[in-house]
Design a protein around this ligand. Structure first.
Ligand SMILES: Nc1ncnc2c1ncn2[C@@H]1O[C@H](COP(=O)(O)OP(=O)(O)OP(=O)(O)O)[C@@H](O)[C@H]1O
Length: 726
């Protein structure tokens, strides 16, 4: 994941972060290319093209928080990645106005500084005359938030936060905004003045808060978020610095407020009331690295679950004084932090915290993208930590009390709910095969696995004799898995097993002969198996080797009309092959530390199907494509197993409980299942809810093998009409 690691480096070394291209062309043009002159990517060129356009931007560079200061990375949705990087210095050195008057507002004199974030500076504004009370439009002191017109949030006009405040003004738990306008070089918000932030309180309390206090913060923060979510927004930057108490010495001094709506976004569309669509853009990060949800690190569209996950980190931080991912520095800080978040089990994270905090964390990290949080259930978790009948509390919990009518009942239901859900963060990595099965017309197919280098030729030659071509290759523990089948449409095929990942000279030689890469696998020792075929629809091809998942490069090539057609890894290196005319009008990527089950299901629902997959020890990436054909017609399922899913493993189809992946076997565009015995293979597939089978070479063998197949989940004995003889 390039942007999480934040730093594909420019490289002149062959096979390191290199992009190599090929296309159909004349011999003369090819000649030019091999002499290293051709850089064009248009038709007719085959040129070596070092990639000089992948630069570090995004989550990895995003979390630039200095020690103690957690500055957010902010941008508007859909802005290009290049514009996402937070700049810490103030937008300008223009002096702030000494007096502020916006429209018909009172005149305020600038007084002491209240705080400063990555985007604005906040000062006390004291009315030069009149004023009553501490809050409200007539208050004699207000908070003035200044953002310079050249500041990073104001490139296209007033800060985005203004729009959000316009919609949300008056929402429970948010400070009231009384005036807004531009004066000189500054956009200025006039709002109620508040007191110290939870960060300040934590700091002045020996960097530790009591359970009682944090439990009160928890329930009140949940109720504030509920109100905000109810209005259709998510906050997007929940952290101790953004929770403020009321002014000291006033009746609001123990009241909790949430400030800074600069990263707020809609989870619900204003017009239709529908939940916004799921998407993942791995080069987009919004939030503050220390408290951001893992989904936010991965560039997924923000939704209600993300605010709650950030709240969980906030609470644990206030209680324990530290989070396990503090202390990372450098340009890949974002990647390291998100990796650590996934690798930290709830038990480790909540060590020494009272049980409700762990339960809260487990519930919110289990939530689906569009799941409606059960706020009152979440509040009820802290029921035993707070004396709801006492009026003396470290933090007012008026909001939580109002919403808490159902607490008793919810608490009982909660017990089951917590236990039923599976854990998403195991804290330890696992090693898995991920096999992708797609329905398609009957055809002959064969697979070999645990193949040593020296045995590869023998298997491939045998398949070739039977008219099969390699359709898919993968590697585990330096052994190869090869799928060969009769339905590839290839007319000729070559392959090379090379100690180099990927062997450019050989690939370019084959490109010269009009072969295109059709599958590729890298082993952990760095060697690679590259298969190149004739008879593909491709007209041009380009590949890239990178130390990080090269999303930016992929994105760039998508815009040039290429699609990802093969993908693999060797150790931590990625190898991506992209081709023109692959027949995929659109592609999306799912990238995660775990198998991204929810994302894949959401993409499936939208008609995408997995067409490439690869994984390093840290990350798994899936490319899903919308096909020109109705891709909804192709059924697809994935299988995760600890060993290659050979016959015996078929029984485990629905019983797998594995969660973390680090190996990928990709077996796609094929049948739903493949069984093989005595050199013969047969496949089963299901159509709709009714299973359909075919077998070769004859029905008897098929039926005998069904004894095995019947062990498979969802497989029933076929009726004669179901059976087609090949
Ligand atoms: N209404 C207020 N009353 C008192 N202090 C405030 C108020 N609003 C903000 N502050 C102080 O100013 C700081 C910065 O404000 P805010 O978070 O809105 O700015 P920002 O630049 O958008 O911050 P960030 O970098 O977190 O996005 C807050 O952390 C807080 O300490």
């Amino acid at each position: 994941m390039p942007d999480l690691r934040g730093g594909a480096r420019r490289s002149k070394r062959i096979n390191d972060n290199q992009e190599t291209n090929a296309g159909l062309g004349t011999t003369a043009q090819r000649g030019a290319a091999t002499r290293g002159r051709g850089r064009g990517r248009g038709r007719g060129r085959r040129a070596l093209n070092q990639d000089d356009n992948v630069k570090p931007v995004g989550p990895g560079t995003g979390g630039r928080g200095c020690a103690g200061i957690n500055l957010p990375v902010r941008h508007l949705v859909e802005q290009p990645a290049e514009r996402l990087v937070a700049v810490e210095e103030e937008g300008s050195t223009s002096p702030l106005p000494e007096r502020v008057q916006l429209g018909n507002s009172p005149v305020y004199m600038l007084d002491r500084k209240l705080g400063k974030g990555g985007f604005g500076q906040v000062y006390v504004g004291r009315r030069i005359s009149g004023g009553i009370g501490c809050t409200g439009a007539d208050a004699f002191e207000v908070a003035l938030k200044f953002e310079h017109r050249n500041g990073k949030g104001c490139s296209s006009g007033p800060p985005y936060e203004w729009q959000v405040y316009s919609t949300l003004n008056g929402c429970y738990g948010l400070p009231l905004v009384h005036y807004k306008g531009q004066q000189g070089d500054y956009y200025i918000l006039v709002m109620d003045m508040l007191g110290p932030s939870l960060w300040d309180v934590w700091n002045s309390n020996n960097q530790m808060l009591t359970e009682d206090m944090v439990a009160c913060i928890a329930v009140e923060a949940i109720s504030i978020l509920e109100q905000l979510h109810h209005k259709g927004f998510v906050h997007g930057d929940v952290k101790p610095e953004n929770f403020l108490l009321g002014q000291p010495g006033t009746s609001d001094e123990k009241k909790l407020y949430l400030v800074d709506l600069g990263l707020a976004s809609r989870w619900k569309e204003a017009a239709s009331g529908r939940h916004v669509d799921y998407d993942q853009k791995p080069d987009v990060f919004r939030g503050t690295v220390r408290y951001a949800s893992v989904h936010a690190h991965l560039g997924r569209t923000g939704s209600r679950r993300d605010d709650l996950e950030s709240l969980a980190y906030t609470l644990i931080f206030l209680l324990r004084g530290k989070l396990p991912w503090q202390g990372y520095i450098g340009e890949n800080k974002g990647f390291l932090v998100s990796k650590k978040k996934v690798a930290t089990s709830p038990e480790m994270l909540c060590y020494l915290c009272p049980p409700p905090f762990q339960q809260f964390f487990e519930i919110v990290t289990n939530m689906k993208f569009d799941e409606e949080p059960n706020y009152s259930k979440l509040v009820s978790l802290f029921h035993n930590s707070i004396d709801f009948n006492s009026s003396i509390r470290p933090i007012q919990i008026d909001g939580a009390i109002k919403m808490g009518q159902k607490r008793g009942r919810e608490l009982a239901e909660l017990e089951d709910g917590v236990q039923l859900k599976k854990k998403v963060r195991l804290g330890s990595p696992a090693c898995q095969w991920i096999t992708i099965y797609s329905s398609r017309n009957p055809m002959k197919q064969r697979y070999h696995y645990n193949v040593m280098d020296s045995r590869l030729l023998q298997h491939v030659e045998k398949g070739k004799e039977g008219g099969l071509y390699i359709s898919c290759v993968a590697s585990s523990l330096n052994l190869w898995a090869v799928v060969m089948d009769a339905g590839t449409g290839f007319t000729s095929q070559v392959y090379e097993l090379s100690p180099i990942f990927l062997h450019k000279e050989w690939i370019m030689e084959q490109w010269e002969k009009n072969y295109y890469i059709t599958s590729v696998a890298g082993a952990s020792n760095g060697s690679a198996l590259v298969v190149m075929s004739k008879g593909t629809p491709y007209t041009q091809q380009s590949y890239k080797v990178s130390d990080i998942f090269p999303f930016k490069w992929i994105n760039k090539k998508w815009k040039e009309g290429f699609s990802v057609t093969s993908m693999t890894t060797a150790g931590s290196k990625w190898g991506i092959v992209m081709s023109r005319n692959a027949g995929y009008p659109t592609q999306v990527v799912e990238l995660d530390f775990l198998y991204p089950s929810e994302g894949i299901h959401r993409r499936w629902e939208k008609g995408y199907r997995i067409t490439s997959a690869a994984a390093t020890e840290d990350q798994a990436a899936f490319i899903l494509s919308a096909s020109k054909r109705k891709s909804q017609d192709i059924m697809q399922e994935t299988l995760r197993t600890s060993a290659f899913p050979s016959i015996n493993k078929q029984t485990a189809v629905t019983n797998l409980k594995a969660d973390v992946c680090s190996l990928v076997g990709c077996h796609y565009r094929k049948c739903l299942g493949v069984l093989e015995r005595d050199g013969c293979s047969f496949a089963w597939q299901s159509k709709g809810s009714r299973p359909l089978y075919w077998a070769e070479p004859c029905l008897d063998i098929f039926l005998e093998r069904m004894q095995l197949a019947r062990l498979c989940a969802n497989v029933v004995k076929p009726t004669p009409e179901d059976v087609k003889i090949c």
